[in-house]
Design a protein around this ligand. Structure first.
Ligand code: NAI
Ligand code: MG
Length: 487
């Protein structure tokens, strides 16, 4: 038989399955144990804790638990470094930021693999979203560093001093970039505390700082739990930038009330994703899926409340369920994975508790059939229909792959229901009518409103919340302002 005949004897496949496509972890070199990165050196501490991979619960490394004294020391080192760093011309600040951006691009595969390993997010997301956006953030703020006089004309901007920065576990390296890039562009020095479950990319970032020859003490990384974060809030810093839970954000705000320390808070959300009856349904379904299942729903701006105009609720939910059945849940390091591991046991338990509350309160649950690995932390993509506004799943941030569907009849009703939350971080509007988009955007109490798309990020675009979602903006020219003092 010839080759051609052989080929034509195979039937055309009627269903598609994906062969495993695992990304190799060989590119990542982990140490057994990490200290604190202070003054350009590694300092050891007395206590350590294990950081694991949520995909199989395997230990990855031992990480330092910084005490109050360690934090005070790091802030002192940042204060000492501030004098020389703040006096450098803006073009010098820019030089280092450009270097960091380029090194992140060069080492992006290594960072992406480590991010997925330590945090559980799919490699295609860390590779195609987290890493490019982190580098883009450094590039963007490098551009402002020598133009601050033009950015704030007649206001004589000057640096604040030492910035204490506390970040969460859902976008570990990207949140580091959101915090560090504008702080350095403004001429400040930094002490940053990564989240306890995802410290490893921040620790690898210290090697980028060494490569970029950033002067010692300008960026310091201290690891530890909430007590380390609390110590940083109380230390001699000029500003605190926090991203995390509303509960801790409120505690920090209380702590800083009456002090001179500046504060920005980026907290939780319960965003409304609103679909009008004239929207392109298939595109909307993609936006709904991206809105809630991206990064396992561990996203402060996740579209976790879906509002569907009543006349299209049935066909839309039908399409959504069909699409959910095609999501591949599993190993974060497989290049075909759409939904990875839940970040921690604690977060998994929170999701399970709220989903149980949804069942108990009478909502109808749908989960597509999928095989969840035995080890590690997993939760199937979930959608609840028949949800009332008073249910906990419509009120509380679940921070998991769980969508609550509600309906509306008129635009006024959509606005009223969408705004019926203590949060106000983001929203989505899907309609063919441009005028309706503008009408809605004017009335939605949300820092970001996406139109006919969702979860789009760009360093030029300011991001932040209303109400209990916090205050202050990150990104854009607005994002450097909280790191500056004005005459
Ligand atoms: P969290 O707010 O406790 O942790 C965020 C960061 O704050 C971590 O680095 C943590 O070590 C630090 N921290 C904790 N207590 C602190 C304190 N008293 N003072 C200063 N820093 C402190 O969030 P957690 O416990 O990890 O997650 C709980 C819930 O918060 C999640 O289920 C989710 O609903 C929400 N969350 C929202 C995030 C967002 O991006 N808006 C990010 C992470 C969590
Ligand atoms: Mg907490």
């Amino acid at each position: 038989m010839t080759d051609v005949e052989k080929k034509s004897s195979h039937p055309v496949p009627t269903s598609w399955t994906y062969a495993p496509a695992p990304e190799s972890t060989e590119i990542v070199q982990l140490r057994e144990r990490y200290g604190l990165f202070v003054g350009g050196k590694w300092l050891d501490t007395k206590d350590h804790f294990a950081t694991i991979s949520p995909r199989d619960e395997s230990p990855l490394a031992q990480v330092a638990q910084a005490t109050e004294a360690d934090v005070v020391n790091a802030v002192g080192v940042a204060r000492d470094a501030f004098g020389a760093w703040s006096k450098l011309p803006g073009s010098e600040h820019a030089k280092y930021l450009f270097r960091i951006a380029r090194i992140l691009q060069e080492r992006s595969r290594e960072f992406a693999v480590l991010e997925s390993l330590n945090g559980g997010k799919p490699i295609k997301e860390s590779r195609d979203v987290d890493l490019p956006l982190a580098a883009a953030h450094f590039f963007y703020y490098a551009g402002w560093a020598d133009k601050l006089e033009y950015a704030f004309p007649n206001r004589s901007p000057r640096p604040l001093g030492v910035a204490g920065q506390i970040i969460p576990w859902n976008f570990p390296l990207l949140m580091l970039a959101w915090k560090i890039a504008p702080a350095l562009a403004g001429g400040n020095t930094v002490v940053l505390k990564p989240a306890e479950t995802t410290p490893l990319t921040a620790l690898l970032f210290c090697d980028v700082l060494r490569q970029a020859e950033l002067p010692p003490g300008v960026v310091n990384i201290v690891t530890g739990d909430g007590s380390t974060g609390a110590a940083l809030v109380d230390a001699d810093v000029d500003k605190i930038a926090f991203t995390g839970s509303t509960e801790v954000g409120k505690a920090i705000q209380r702590r800083l009330a009456g002090t001179d320390k500046k504060l920005t808070l980026e907290l939780g959300g319960k965003a409304a994703n609103i679909i009008f009856d004239d929207a392109a349904l298939d595109q909307a379904v993609e936006g709904i899926v991206n809105g809630i299942y991206f990064n396992q729903g561990h996203v402060c701006c996740a579209g976790s409340r879906l509002f569907v105009q009543e006349s299209i609720a049935e066909p839309l939910i039908e399409k959504l369920k069909k699409r959910m059945a095609t999501l591949r849940v599993g190993d974060p390091l497989d290049k075909n994975t759409d939904v990875g591991a839940i970040n921690s046991k604690m977060q998994l338990e929170k999701i399970q508790e709220l989903v149980q509350a949804g069942r108990d309160e009478g909502a109808e649950i749908y989960q597509p059939p999928c095989h969840l690995p035995e080890k590690g932390y997993w939760f199937a993509p979930t959608v609840f229909t028949n949800v009332a506004q008073s249910y906990r799943i419509a009120q509380e941030e679940i921070f998991g792959p769980v969508l609550s569907v509600l309906t509306f009849r008129t635009p006024d009703e959509a606005v009223e229901k969408a705004n019926n939350t203590p949060y106000g971080l983001s929203a989505g509007v899907w309609t063919e009518k441009g005028s309706r988009i503008l009408w809605m955007a004017e009335r939605l109490r949300a820092g970001v409103v996406w139109a006919n798309t969702y979860n789009r990020f760009d360093p030029t675009s300011p991001f932040g919340g209303y109400k209990e979602s916090g205050f202050g903006r990150e990104g854009g020219r607005h994002g450097v302002e909280p790191y500056l003092a004005f005459e």
